[in-house]
Write a protein that binds this ligand. Structure first.
Ligand code: NDP
Length: 479
């Protein structure tokens, strides 16, 4: 019997995706560079469904029905190219190669173009949900050609997470769109985790609330509009007591956050697009600063605090922090979605923000009640230019903004770093501002570099003769 799909790369993610396909009723041909992983999977889970054991890519390909679907789940980077190079000569026109790893979207664009020349489909698929999601139902963001989705989509939809019975899997756009959307999802995830960390730090060091008591607060917050997977697991992590020391686990974990790169990619890509994802960027930088442990150790002895004794915290400080957390989180989503809009224009993708929000409602790490509202904000009628302009959210944020300002100013006066709370508030204020000091920036650029400027209310491009008699002349547009 020919298999419906082949999976090569059977480490944690590949093995769990293969099992998910098999448990969903598909026959799955499995392959791994070293055969031990293939046998280990069959030994432990071979009875979960219909698997075809293969020892080589040749065997894998010849065991598949047509059009062949081969899903690659190997280490991102050069190994993906190496597997593609081995696969291509074995495939026929119309076959589909799927990369479901965390590949950079530029690599996916390159690979898609190269395989298209050979008559093959290459589909970059963003998968979120970690190990458990891969097995039980991840959020899936497929790119590649629309045509390839017809042959592949139903299978991916079947193994995906479901929200109210709807699959969290939809074709998002051509070539690298799927991996791009997954990358931005991860950027938002960085910001989401950082704002939770900032709230934790404020509750601990401004309000003196111990982690185990905070666990109850986060549990409570999880019953509000903040309801989300990350808030839910924050309560669990904060409640955990270290068996060796009896201290809260969070107090014995080294405070240096790791990163695998997708947050950094999001920021690099945002810089290239000119997209202001300040909350995501600050959360990546916050991880970087946390990792500079040598400098932090020196700083404690040489950098003055200059903090104030506030005497008393604002009344209902805990609720203020909750609102600041929600407002900052909302800004991160707004920035991420705005970045998707910029990318859609730049890469010629027809990204539908309501559909993308709908994919993130279950299965993935940033799943949250908020996403249902976000989906509705973009669904039907004229889409708002920025998520914050949707009436639901402009109202919510208007209610939260006084608390948000109190929290940021309290943090600043106490010397507690709140990079995402503060930068999100600055983004919000920057958006609202009638006139920005960018006018002065333009004046300075014209002074030292003759970069020219535009005038309010008069068409044209101008330059002031700064080193001459300072008269203004009409200049050739250098924009
Ligand atoms: P790893 O990233 O650890 O990769 C290990 C697998 O890659 C093994 O099957 C290994 O084979 C294979 N491999 C490595 N180099 C080559 C090569 N040159 N040729 C052929 N095969 C090779 O596995 P994961 O399961 O953790 O992740 C797979 C992908 O999924 C990655 O892109 C990852 O970023 C992404 N991802 C991971 C998530 C997670 O939670 N872990 C979540 C979402 C995505 P061998 O056994 O022979 O060494």
């Amino acid at each position: 019997m020919l298999a419906n799909i082949g999976v090569t790369g059977l480490a944690v993610m590949g093995a769990n995706l293969a099992r998910n396909f098999a448990r969903s009723g598909y026959t799955v041909a499995i392959h791994n560079r070293s055969v031990e992983k293939t046998d280990a999977l069959l030994e432990a889970h071979g009875d979960e469904g219909s698997f075809v054991r293969t020892e080589s890519l040749e065997q894998l390909v010849s065991s598949l029905e047509k059009p062949r679907r081969v899903l690659i789940m190997v280490k991102a980077g050069a190994p993906v190219d190496s597997v593609i190079d081995q696969l291509v000569p074995l495939l026929d026109e119309g076959d589909i190669v799927i990369d479901a790893g965390n590949s950079h979207f530029d690599d996916t664009r390159r690979r898609e173009a190269s395989l298209a020349e050979k008559g093959l489909h290459f589909v970059g698929v963003g998968v979120s949900g970690g190990e458990e999601g891969a097995l039980l139902g991840p959020s899936i963001m497929p790119g590649g050609s629309r045509e390839s989705y017809d042959a592949l989509g139903p299978m991916l939809e079947k193994i995906s997470a479901k929200y109210d019975g709807e699959p969290c899997c939809r074709w998002v756009g051509t070539d690298g769109a799927g991996h791009f959307v997954k990358m931005v999802h991860n950027g938002i995830e960085y910001a989401d985790m950082q704002v939770i960390g900032e709230a934790f730090d404020l509750l601990r060091h401004a309000a003196g609330i111990e982690p185990c008591e905070q666990a109850a607060i986060f549990e409570e917050w999880n019953r509000t509009e903040l309801s989300s997977y990350l808030i839910e697991i924050t309560a669990e992590v904060l409640a955990q007591v270290d068996s060796k020391t009896g201290k809260p686990l969070v107090d014995v974990i080294v405070d240096s956050a790791g990163q695998k790169g997708t947050g950094r990619w999001t920021v690099i890509s945002a810089l290239e697009l000119g997209s202001p994802v300040s909350g995501i960027a600050e959360s990546v930088f916050a991880r970087g600063l946390s990792s500079q442990r040598d400098q932090r150790a020196v700083a404690q002895g040489v950098l003055a605090a200059g903090t104030e004794d506030l005497g008393q915290l604002p009344a209902d400080f805990v609720e203020d922090v909750r609102q600041a957390l929600f407002a900052s989180k909302l800004v991160s989503y707004a920035q991420g979605l705005d970045m998707l809009s910029s990318a859609a224009g730049h890469y010629n993708w027809d990204l539908k923000l309501d559909e993308i929000a709908s994919l993130w409602r279950a299965g993935c790490i940033i799943r949250a009640r908020l996403l249902d509202e976000i989906m509705k904000a973009y669904d039907g009628g004229e889409a708002p230019k920025n998520l914050l302009f949707a009436p639901t959210f402009s109202r919510v944020i208007a209610d939260a903004v006084p608390a948000w300002r109190r929290v940021v100013s309290t943090a600043v006066r106490l010397g507690i770093p709140v990079p995402v709370f503060a930068s999100s508030l600055s983004y919000y204020d920057g958006l609202r501002r009638d006139r920005l000091p960018a006018a002065l920036t333009q004046g300075l650029r014209d002074y030292f570099g003759a970069h020219t400027y535009q005038r309010v209310g008069i068409e044209g491009t101008f330059h002031t003769l700064w080193s001459g008699d300072k008269t203004e002349i009409e200049a050739v547009d250098t924009h």
